[in-house]
Design a protein. Structure first.
Length: 147
């Protein structure tokens, strides 16, 4: 199709490919987390060393956002039915604990949803539209040359 001189169809196809490749890093960057995940063992070590300043608990996600004494933020995920024991441990070490209300927890859940799936569908739709447009241009061009 693009073996001869570059035509409008070839230029449009090349532009669509460049656009699709340019959007890939955007979708990867959107999914990157700003807080590092932490294992339960690391959480217990930090708690024993009194490195945790504050904890914000999302019971809906079973997730704790910890603020450390050095200013870093980390996320620790705890198993089901383990919150009362963790709360007691945090209170024993005099850590300020904030438990999100159910409505706040659901809003945080919405924030954590990754948009890369939506971007994939948008990029796919644009790519299909460009392919259909290029195919239509090629067919119209052929019919004109045949007449």
């Amino acid at each position: 199709m693009c073996l001869r001189a570059p035509s409008a169809a070839c230029t449009a196809t090349a532009a669509a490919c460049v656009l699709a490749l340019a959007l890939v890093p955007v979708s990867v960057a959107a999914g990157a987390a700003s807080e590092e995940q932490e294992s339960e063992a690391a959480f217990q070590q930090q708690l024993a060393a009194r490195q945790i300043r504050a904890a914000i608990v999302n019971r809906h996600l079973r997730r704790m956002r910890l603020t450390l004494r050095d200013g870093r933020h980390v996320v620790a995920v705890y198993p089901k039915h383990r919150f009362p024991a963790l709360r007691a441990q945090l209170d024993a070490k005099h850590v300020k604990v904030t438990v999100l209300t159910p409505s706040q927890a659901k809003q945080e859940t919405k924030k954590l949803r990754h948009p890369h799936h939506k971007l994939r569908y948008i990029v796919g739709g644009v790519l299909v539209a460009v392919i259909v447009l290029v195919a239509a241009l090629v067919l119209i061009r052929r019919r004109r040359h045949l007449d």
